[in-house]
Write a new protein. Structure first.
Length: 163
């Protein structure tokens, strides 16, 4: 297995976990917060989608999918307190972005050489990702950073164990 293969594998695994956890949740259930002070799942999904676009564009300008106007703002840190369903998308809409995001990320990854992946990451990311390959690893694994918050919501809602 080569580096790009490992990134693709990690990407697919983390998306499988995330989409499994969301697969049987209703739009209203997505507004459940795992604990006091935590962001609800709808916000987290939008954050993951917006973040992936921003991260991908930072290392491959123009490679990310285009999101609807206002999408990123509704899922920004400034909107974490909102519980207004009108501020958030449906479960179906959130899930519809993931195949498009994967295609964009994999196309960008495939267009880069090993030398390109070894180049320095954008300055604002270097503290956690020293190089472009590291940013792809972050893109691949970011959903797993949030997956632990989806499980308590599933327990609160008496949803079955899926994984």
């Amino acid at each position: 297995m080569h580096g790009k293969d490992a990134i693709r594998s990690a990407y697919q695994l983390s998306r499988m976990v995330l989409t499994s956890y969301v697969s049987d949740l209703t739009d209203s259930e997505l507004l459940t917060r795992p604990a006091k002070g935590c962001n609800h799942l709808a916000w987290q999904l939008g954050h993951l989608i917006s973040s992936e676009c921003g991260l991908l564009n930072s290392i491959a300008p123009g490679a990310a999918i285009e999101l609807p106007e206002g999408f990123a703002e509704k899922h920004s840190k400034e909107n974490t307190a909102s519980d207004d369903p009108a501020d958030f998308a449906s479960q179906e809409e959130y899930l519809s972005y993931f195949p498009k995001l994967q295609e964009a990320a994999f196309n960008a990854l495939d267009a880069l050489s090993d030398e390109d992946l070894a180049k320095e990451a954008p300055e604002h990311l270097r503290q956690i990702c020293p190089n472009v390959g590291g940013v792809f690893v972050l893109i691949a694994t970011h959903p797993m950073m949030h997956a632990g918050q989806f499980v308590p919501v599933r327990r609160i809602l008496d949803k079955p164990v899926l994984i």
